[in-house]
Design a protein around this ligand. Structure first.
Ligand code: 13P
Length: 246
């Protein structure tokens, strides 16, 4: 059986004071019986890397540039991340699609830039509440994933996909295990048409994953782990979620 993956997305949270005990607790909490990673803000990545050194814990960033290098003030390239041992980079999070107008193609180009440097992109897809209510969930997530599949071509099997319904992010309104499974199965079918590796690829669920709902979500056949926001900032909650995936 493939191991599950739990990724903490700190978003724009953290501080020198709060990171240290949180990271120490995550290290202390091992073993989890699943793969675990933390995606922290750029300034804290070295701190995460040092805290996790010598363990099987991984770390990642929350975005990267589609460019290799150049005059792109404020951007960080996948190559810079890779130099320090970065394993994952989240691309296409709904907060970036919404607040930074990231298009499906830009997200795909970022995923390609990451893979070119050996960093695994965690590609987020998900519908808004209005889109779900209009019955457009399938069309929206398929369109978002399709852009990435086409751009990555024969490398598509190397990404991690995260289904994050926008209406479930930070709202406490988690998708039911059945709702998550239905979309994950759809994404898996789409991946199967594109790559022979679809069945060993990881499709994570994100959106109000908590210690008390993680187990039932992770029990779904196409839910291969979670992308955890708020609960990844509390050591006890994050550890409980990781254990639920083990
Ligand atoms: P919450 O777990 O806070 O809902 O955030 C989910 C998310 O956006 C993870 O990337």
């Amino acid at each position: 059986m493939k191991s599950k993956l739990v990724v903490g997305n700190w978003k724009m949270h953290g501080s020198r004071a709060s990171n240290e005990p949180l990271l120490a607790a995550i290290v202390q909490g091992r073993p989890y019986g699943c793969d675990v990673a933390v995606c922290a803000p750029f300034p804290y990545l070295t701190e995460v890397a040092l805290a996790f050194a010598g363990s099987d814990l991984r770390w990642g960033a929350q975005d990267c540039s589609m460019h290799e290098q150049g005059a792109y003030t404020g951007e960080v390239s996948a190559g810079m991340l890779a130099e320090f041992g970065c394993r994952y980079v989240i691309v296409g999070h709904s907060e970036r699609r919404q607040f930074h107008q990231e298009s499906d193609q830009l997200v795909a180009d970022k995923a390609k830039a990451a893979l070119a440097k050996g960093v695994t992109p965690i590609v987020c897809v998900g519908e808004s509440l209005a889109q779900r209510e209009a019955g457009e969930t399938d069309v929206v997530v398929k369109r978002q994933l399709s852009a990435v599949i086409h751009t990555l071509a024969h490398c598509a099997g190397e990404m991690v996909v995260a289904y994050e319904p926008v209406w479930a992010i930070g709202t406490g309104r988690t998708a039911s295990p059945e709702q998550a499974q239905a979309v994950h199965a759809l994404l898996r079918t789409q991946l199967r048409a594109a790559t022979a590796h679809a069945d060993r690829m990881k499709i994570l669920y994100g959106g109000s994953v908590k210690a008390d709902n993680a187990r039932s979500l992770f029990a779904q056949p196409d839910v291969d782990g979670g992308l955890v926001g708020g609960a990844s900032l509390k050591a006890d909650d994050f550890i409980a979620i990781c254990r639920a995936a083990g």
